[in-house]
Design a protein around this ligand. Structure first.
Ligand SMILES: CC(C)(COP(=O)(O)OP(=O)(O)OC[C@H]1O[C@@H](n2cnc3c(N)ncnc32)[C@H](O)[C@@H]1OP(=O)(O)O)[C@@H](O)C(=O)NCCC(=O)NCCS
Length: 334
C-alpha cells in the first residue's frame, strides 16, 4: 500500500513590514481598532517587482531542500493562489516550475481562496495514493497587496503577502501517512468575499478600474459568523471520522484570518493555548499561504517535531473550507 506523507515545509516572507501605525497615517483607523477586532499588529508587503511566483519559488526551494530532494525529483507542482502572476495564463505553477528550472513536469494552479493549501494537499494525496506521482510540491503564495483596495479600511488592514510550500511524498509507512483531508464548498455564499471585476462577468475596463472592481470586497461580519460555525463543525467531523480526540492533537493550525475567529473555534473545540498555532499578529491574513507559513514558523522555532499530530483547518472565499489530519513526517529542526 502506498501512502502520502508530509515530508517538509518552507516559507518566504517579504522584507517590508506594514504596521497598524503605518495605516493610521493615511486611513481613518487605529492600531487599537485593528488589534482589538483582528489581533493583527503588522503584515509583510512584497516589493513592487516581487511577484507571487518569486515568493512561491523561495518557499519551494526551502521545502525541497528540507525534504532532501532535488528539483528533478518533483513530479508535480500545484500552486494555490488568488493573486496569480497572470489572470488566465500561464499559471503561477508553470512560472514557478520555470524559475526552479524544472521542465516536463505536471504544473497547475487551483483556486480555492484561503482553503487553497488544503485543497492542494488533498490533490497531492490523491495523486500519490493512486501511484500517479511520487513527490508533489504544493505551494500557497499570495501577493494580496496587489488586489487590495487601500482606501477600504474594512479589508485592507487584514491582508498581507507571503508564501509557503510543502513536499508530499509517497511512502509505505502507514504511521507517516496523511490520515484524512476534507474539502468542501458552498457557492451560494460567493458574494460574501469576492473580486467582482477583471473576470468575464465584469471585464477589465475603465469602469472596472474606476470602481476598483478588481480588488477584494468582503462582507466581514457575515463572513465572520459563518467562518466560526463552519470551521468548528468541519474539525469536529474530521476528528470523529478518524476516531481522534482534541487532546491527541499536538498542533492545531487554523487559517490565520482573525484572532477572534481562531479563539472562538479553539474554545469550542476545547483546545489549549499550547495547541493552537497563532501567527496572525505578525503576518495578517495571507490566504492560501497562511497555513504553510504558520507551520513553517513552528518548524523553525523547533516546536514542530517529527511524528507530531497536526490538525489543519481553513475557510475562505467561494465559500470553501477544509481540514486535514496528519503526522509531520519530515525531520525535526537540528
Ligand atoms: C472585518 C472584521 C475585522 C470587521 O470586524 P467587525 O467586528 O465585524 O466590524 P464591522 O464590520 O461590523 O464594523 C464595525 C464598525 O467598524 C468600522 N470599521 C471597519 N473597519 C475599520 C477599521 N479598519 N478601522 C476602524 N473602524 C473600522 C466599520 O465601518 C463599522 O463602523 P459603523 O459601526 O460606524 O458602521 C471582521 O468582520 C472579520 O474579521 N471578518 C471575517 C474576516 C475573514 O475572516 N475573512 C476572510 C475569510 S478567509
Amino acid at each position: 500500500m502506498i501512502y502520502a506523507a508530509l515530508k517538509s515545509i518552507g516559507a518566504y516572507v517579504p522584507e517590508k513590514v506594514l504596521t497598524n501605525e503605518d495605516f493610521e497615517k493615511f486611513l481613518d483607523t487605529s492600531d487599537e481598532w485593528i488589534t482589538k477586532r483582528t489581533g493583527i499588529k503588522e503584515r509583510h508587503i512584497a516589493a513592487d517587482d516581487e511577484l507571487t511566483s518569486d515568493m512561491g519559488v523561495e518557499a519551494a526551494k526551502i521545502a525541497i531542500h528540507r525534504a532532501g530532494l532535488k528539483i528533478n525529483d518533483i513530479d508535480m507542482i500545484v500552486c494555490a493562489t488568488i493573486s496569480p502572476d497572470y489572470l488566465c495564463m500561464p499559471s503561477t505553477a508553470c512560472v514557478i516550475a520555470s524559475k526552479l528550472g524544472r521542465t516536463n513536469v505536471a504544473a497547475f494552479d487551483i483556486s480555492a481562496a484561503c482553503t487553497g493549501f488544503i485543497y492542494a494537499m488533498s490533490i497531492a494525496k490523491a495523486f500519490i495514493e493512486s501511484k500517479a506521482k511520487k513527490n508533489v510540491l504544493i505551494v500557497g503564495a499570495e501577493k494580496l497587496s496587489a488586489i487590495v483596495d487601500y482606501s477600504d479600511r474594512s479589508t485592507c488592514v487584514l491582508f498581507g503577502d507571503g508564501a509557503g510550500a510543502a513536499v508530499i511524498s509517497a511512502t509505505n509507512k502507514k504511521s507517516d501517512a496523511i490520515a484524512d483531508v476534507h474539502i468542501s464548498a458552498d457557492g451560494n455564499y460567493g458574494d460574501l468575499l469576492m473580486t467582482p471585476g477583471c473576470g468575464v462577468k465584469n471585464p477589465c475596463s475603465q469602469h472596472a478600474i474606476e470602481e476598483k472592481l478588481c480588488t477584494m470586497k468582503m462582507k466581514g461580519n457575515e463572513t465572520f459568523k459563518i467562518a466560526v460555525k463552519t470551521l468548528t463543525s468541519d474539525v469536529t467531523n474530521i476528528l470523529n471520522d478518524n476516531d481522534v480526540q482534541t487532546k491527541d492533537i499536538k498542533h492545531f493550525i487554523p487559517h490565520q484570518a482573525n484572532y477572534r475567529i481562531i479563539k472562538a473555534v479553539g474554545d469550542a473545540l476545547k483546545m489549549t493555548s499550547e495547541q493552537v498555532v497563532l501567527t496572525v499578529s505578525k503576518y495578517g491574513n495571507t490566504s492560501s499561504a497562511s497555513i504553510p507559513m504558520a507551520m513553517n514558523d513552528i518548524w523553525e522555532s523547533g516546536r514542530l517535531k517529527k511524528g507530531d499530530t497536526l490538525l489543519l483547518d481553513a475557510f475562505g472565499g467561494g465559500l470553501t473550507w477544509g481540514s486535514a489530519l496528519l503526522p509531520f513526517a519530515g525531520e525535526s529542526r537540528q
